[in-house]
Design a protein around this ligand. Sequence first.
Ligand code: LMR
Length: 329
Amino acid sequence: VRRRAVLVGGALAAACGVATARQAPLLLRFSHVVAPDTPKGQMALRLQALLHERSGGRIRVEIYPDSQLWGDDDEMEALRLGAVEMLAPSLSKFGMAGVPEFEVFDLPFLFRDLAQVRRVTQGRVGRELLERLGRQQMVGLGFLDNGFKQMSAHRPLRRPADFAGLRVRVQASQVLGAQMRALGARPVVLPFGETQRALATGVVDAAENPLSNYLTQQLAPLQPHVTLTQHGYLGYAVVTHPRWWKHLGRADRALVRQALDEALQHGNRLAAGLDQAALATLRTQPGVQVHMLGTTDRDALRQAVQPVVEQFRRSVGPGLLDAVHGVIG
Ligand code: LMR
């Protein structure tokens, strides 16, 4: 009820804002669900600093990390209603929001490394994907990496048999659900902000996360075994609402665009380093056991989830999947 009231208030404020002069103070609320010390958190902070500096303090970016303002389940509605100006949901979350093409990024073992991902996100395919967000009243402004997901649980998860019967938290993505079912696990869709509690109370047994999220959500005491499966990619698209974007006016739009491009470059430069730093921290953290995956185990996992790629070829678009393969080689 509280959030509904805020949503309606936000919508009214946004509508009134349209009438303000171009040089009037501007508020950009940036809501996200992860900790500040992650690629997304750092990118948002850089955007805040750049816009403060370049607008002489006129453009104020308020950052709400850790699902403090909006969570996975309501942030896109909040954007539509004008109760927040900018979000960076993971790519997995756009499928259920009406843009199923984005689930291509969830296909297991599709990308080998971040260089391959960038050939897609920073090229023509990426531009076309961002344009498709317009169908759902979003302006897609750019892509940001986090990294590759690893499995965590109370035991190592090396082979398909290790997944049998586990309740695994997944993001709201059809592909991710199917992937866990293919491994004999039971996917449980939960907002990111509820994941730690669900693991602590035993509602779910396991999770897939890039290491910076695993570390900053303090999952280590709850999920002491981390298996480096590297089975899927997790990245983000920064989005705003067309109404707010238009209301900015040309000069401020260019200012925000430029600052965001630089902030995204900053976040993308940091992503691999934060992943490596998290791994180094975990390797020395008492109680945490990090398991490498041998080629045979990795191949067995890959084979078990291969039917998922065929199953979703049609919904993500066969043309898109071929285009992605064409770019990554
Ligand atoms: C998740 O829900 O696991 C991620 O999308 C969280 C994030 O934004 O990195």
